[in-house]
Design a protein around this ligand. Sequence first.
Ligand SMILES: [Zn+2]
Length: 313
Amino acid sequence: MVYIGVDLGGTNIAVGLVDEEGKILHKDSVPTLLERGPEPVIKDMAHLSLKVIKDAGYTLDDVKAIGVGVPGLADKTGVVIFCTNLRWHMVPLREIMQSIIDKPVFIDNDATVAGLAESVAGVSKGVANSVFLTLGTGVGGGIVIDHKIYSGSHGVGSELGHMTVQCEGRRCTCGSIGCWEQYSSATALIRQGREAVEKNPDSLIVKMVNGDLDKIEARTVIDAARQGDKVACEVYDKYIYYLAIGIVAIINAFDPEVIALGGGVSKAGDFLLEPLRKKVAEYVFYKDLPYARIEIATLGNDAGIIGAAMLGK
Ligand SMILES: [Zn+2]
């Protein structure tokens, strides 16, 4: 049997046909065009699924199920509870999909499905317990326990980016205070870089963006730190510190075998891993026992399609 995986993003809908091993046989994408509202977007997801099946040379009979990864929360009945960035609230996604394709439809959070993908076909392959973290606009979490995703009793678990790491810290978009993603997302690294160079205009970061601070990206701060710029190094060290604090909390809670890092910041590779592993080693609780390997995720953007498809397996 084969599976359809749908990766719903704010910009594009990506759909792939995936085999039992988590290999993408064929994929395609269309613009999301969010402003139309949920129903036309979901219908496009269904029509693109049918096109991908046909273009790959398969029929609907070969497809066991459809999985959808959404940038938000979904419950077990197939309703998207909310997606902040899409401005969706209580959308009956499964029902609308099934009005076009009569197949089982499974929905989960995009970071959760990416974690599943990594555990089926990526860096955590063959490992029973792993945690995936995406360091992007926010910090997304995907928890895999005994080869299965864990989303909690009400589908709202695994929101690792909203663990409080600073009790009197920054206000988060979720309404809480001092959430991890306010310190460890790519957005946070950019903000911290910008704040630092406002006080230190001689930083290499400023030269790299020709004085236009709005052009600072996570990569700008990382590259300047790599070149030894003092201000960038301070910002990056602090970023690594907060990232390590959150990872140690995850190790203490779940004791996974692998923690896989994805998202924009993970492109720093060893320049991220080496200081992070050192920092985690300082704070980890069980110093005499082995603990989670921290690795870079390997599937990149395909993780969304693969993991969504594997929801149906
Ligand atoms: Zn939060």
